[in-house]
Design a protein around this ligand. Structure first.
Ligand code: ADP
Ligand code: MG
Length: 703
């Protein structure tokens, strides 16, 4: 990232408005007016062929006439004039182009947009947009947009792919009391993308939290990389998670991959905190921009009412920070600040009699206690207490405690007075919400932030013994045959090259050969059809398991051949696979798609016939660490099955995690060649006994 250029684009010291207009209501007029009204202190240069001045500011006929330097040019002229104009900008030495103008890729004018980027880059300029609202920055008093005013002041900055939503959010900041320093509209993302803005905002000292509204990343992998490196919390709201639908795919994975799950996985790996909806984006942004991360799991709740306490307890479990009872010494001390009928467990119930002092004393004590990692304070408005006084008591207690590295969030349930108290709290730097579950959800975001930072320290995969050349040779041979699907035995050779344990097998082209191979391998054996046109072998009656003797081999050989011919008369049959029969184990599936946004992405789930119905699967973008593979194994609903249920011993989860990592690495390493693959099933054995891939499928990229 060229910091000087990005600064010129996003915090310019001088701007030209190309297409500035004297006509109120035109975007070119609104932008000039906004710059004046936001009290922008840099130089403003309206560019207009005819006008001498606009809103009292001297106009220039062309950008080259401007006497001083120009950091950023804001373009509001029609699309057809943009290319000529930006050449002039380039000659002038402009650093960044804020292209408000629409009429590019969003209406199918892809080439025009590509030309725009090409010209800009040839002059070393960066482009924001096109098709955007502009850039707003409180700390620069810069409203370089056609949104009506700067947002409520705050610590966080928002990047939005939707312009209209950005304008709505701008106004909503005042209603919700959630402030922002910058609002950046990135529209078509022809050049500056989410990754660029994340990188830039992470070094912007006015931004404490990075908020994203995402319709789709253009460069998913880079977003993951820059987000992992970022030091600030990043929160994302992804829309369009339902529309993706199933991709037409030859493997199971394609139809199981949904945008929602892949984005969820990518967020996890990137360390981007998930926002469920727009409300949640506001709520969590508020907490992330005001409070420190929660560095452990010990959450303490202090309340004056049992009802909100129970609601908060439920929410704590739901959002991943289940409550534990406070240790004895904490309970004993807190008991001093409540009537005898109060409770010092967790939630700590000070009862409806709690006033400012009880709240203050218990908050101060609790936040200082080493056991406590985070605090949620709940208050129900009562006739005897004043909401604002309570708020001030809580704030004072936190200040007096001297503790600044533990988060606190608050919930008030009440009327106008409570609303007023909550506004006061937020202005004082403590996030406050109108319901207990919201306060819990907010502190859970701070917990997620801390966990993300820990997870990101872990590095990836052991590549010892991997033989890429061997895999490529198998692929080349299939390609030379004009195929883009590998047979099971070929796919397993590829898997083997990546150290994945597969069942031993050989291809027979006659009944006698099959008998010979079966004897070599040892009974019982499995026999399967080998044909590039029959990828789902059982569907064609092409699999026979548990064949115990020579006679069985002979009859299976004939039967499988016959079945295959009945299924697909013109199928090209390479022979019959004779394979070692793997002992019974727990069936799991590994799959991978080459996702359009994130590239090779791995799926894991329980196998067997239910996988497509239950969709109990989870994803990660390849590659990833063993820790993340273990996380995948534990996060599916069927996880207990692998941990051992009903007297069964636990499965070899460790070997499974290793295999998932190696499989992910394989998909990444072969990304240029392989479009999708799966291992279905993989049989997982008891702890220490490993696993076996009994079926493998690899589909090549079309070349
Ligand atoms: P397909 O998925 O193409 O129909 P598979 O090779 O997966 O064919 O075989 C179908 C089923 O037969 C598997 O799901 C598994 O239960 C069983 N099976 C296949 N190969 C073996 C083997 N080598 N050992 C034990 N069971 C096997
Ligand atoms: Mg199979």
């Amino acid at each position: 990232m060229d910091l000087k250029v990005m600064n010129g684009l996003l915090t310019p010291k001088s701007v030209a408005i190309i297409g500035a207009s004297s006509t109120p209501g035109k975007i070119g007029h609104t932008v000039v007016k906004n710059l004046i009204e936001s009290e922008y202190e840099g130089s403003i240069y309206p560019v207009n062929l005819k006008a001498d001045e606009i809103l009292g500011i001297k106009c220039y006929a062309s950008i080259s006439d401007i006497p001083g330097e120009v950091d950023a040019a804001i373009l509001t002229i029609p699309a057809k004039f943009v290319l000529d104009s930006i050449k002039e900008c380039g000659e002038k030495g402009v650093k960044g182009l804020i292209v408000i103008t629409s009429g590019f890729s969003e209406v199918g004018e892809k080439e025009l947009e590509e030309e725009l980027v090409e010209i800009a880059h040839s002059y070393g300029m960066r482009i924001l947009g096109p098709n955007i609202v502009g850039v707003l920055s409180n700390s620069d008093k810069f409203n370089g947009s056609f949104a009506p005013f700067l947002p409520l002041k705050g610590n966080s900055s928002l990047v939005s792919q939707s312009g209209a939503l950005l304008i709505g959010i701008d106004a909503a900041t005042f209603m919700r009391g959630v402030g922002f320093d910058k609002l950046i509209s990135i529209g078509n993302m022809s050049d500056v993308s989410f990754a660029d803005t994340i990188e830039w905002l992470d070094q912007d000292d006015k931004t404490k939290c990075i908020s994203l509204y995402i319709e789709g990343f253009k460069e998913g992998r880079r977003v993951i990389e820059v987000s992992q490196k970022a030091t600030k919390p990043i929160i994302g709201l992804k829309s369009g998670i339902s529309a993706h639908g199933a991709a037409a795919a030859a493997s199971h994975t394609g139809s199981l991959a949904g945008a929602a799950k892949i984005y969820e996985a990518a967020f996890k790996q990137a360390g981007i905190i998930w926002a469920d909806d727009l409300n949640n984006l506001f709520d969590r942004t508020l907490a992330l921009s005001l409070q420190p991360p929660m560095k452990g799991d010990n959450l303490l709740i202090i309340t004056n009412g049992g009802g909100v306490g129970v609601l908060a307890t439920d929410a704590a479990e739901k959002f991943g920070i289940p409550l534990k009872f406070a240790p004895e010494d904490v309970q004993a001390e807190l008991k001093k600040h409540m009537p005898v009928f109060g409770s010092a467990k967790n939630p700590v119930d000070l009862t409806g009699m709690a006033g400012t002092e009880w709240y203050g004393d218990s908050v101060k004590y609790a936040i200082q206690h080493p056991w406590v990692d985070g605090l949620v304070v709940l208050y129900c408005e009562t006739a005897m207490t004043d909401p604002l006084e309570i708020a001030k008591g809580i704030k004072n207690a936190i200040v007096e405690s001297g503790v600044t590295d533990k988060p606190v969030t608050i919930s008030y349930v009440g009327g106008e007075k409570s609303e007023e108290a909550m506004r006061w709290l937020v202005e004082s730097g403590i996030p406050a919400y109108g319901a207990p579950d919201l306060a819990i959800n907010a502190i859970a975001a701070l917990r997620e932030f801390a966990l993300n930072k820990e997870n990101n320290k872990i590095k990836t995969v052991d590549t010892k013994g991997i033989d890429k050349q061997k895999a490529l040779a198998v692929i080349e041979k299939a390609r030379a045959n004009g195929r883009d699907a590998l047979t099971e035995i070929e796919a397993k050779q590829v898997f083997e090259a990546y150290q994945l344990p597969v069942t031993h097998s050989k291809v027979a082209t006659s009944e006698d050969e099959a008998v010979k191979l079966a004897k070599e391998i040892g009974f019982p054996v499995v026999m399967k059809i080998v044909s590039p046109q029959i990828l789902h072998k059982s569907d064609a009656g092409g699999v026979k398991v548990n064949i115990k003797d020579e006679e069985g081999v002979r009859s299976a050989y004939q039967l499988i051949l016959q079945n295959a011919k009945n299924y697909k008369a013109d199928a090209d049959i390479h022979g019959i696979l004779v394979q070692e029969m793997a002992p019974m184990g727990t069936e799991v599936i590994l799959g991978s798609v080459n996702d359009a946004t994130f590239g090779p992405t791995v799926m894991f789930g329980l196998g067997g016939i239910f996988v497509e119905v239950l969709k109990d699967v989870t994803f990660r973008v390849a590659p990833f660490s063993k820790k993340q593979a273990l996380e995948m194994i534990s996060e599916i609903k069927g996880a207990p099955i692998l941990q051992g249920v009903r007297g069964e011993l636990p499965r070899d989860v460790d070997a499974l995690a290793d295999a998932i990592c190696k499989y992910a690495f394989m998909m990444l390493d072969l990304a240029d060649e392989v479009s999708e693959s799966d291992a279905n099933p993989v049989l997982v054995y008891e702890k220490g006994e490993g696993l076996k891939v009994v079926d493998a499928r690899v589909i090549l990229k079309k070349k």
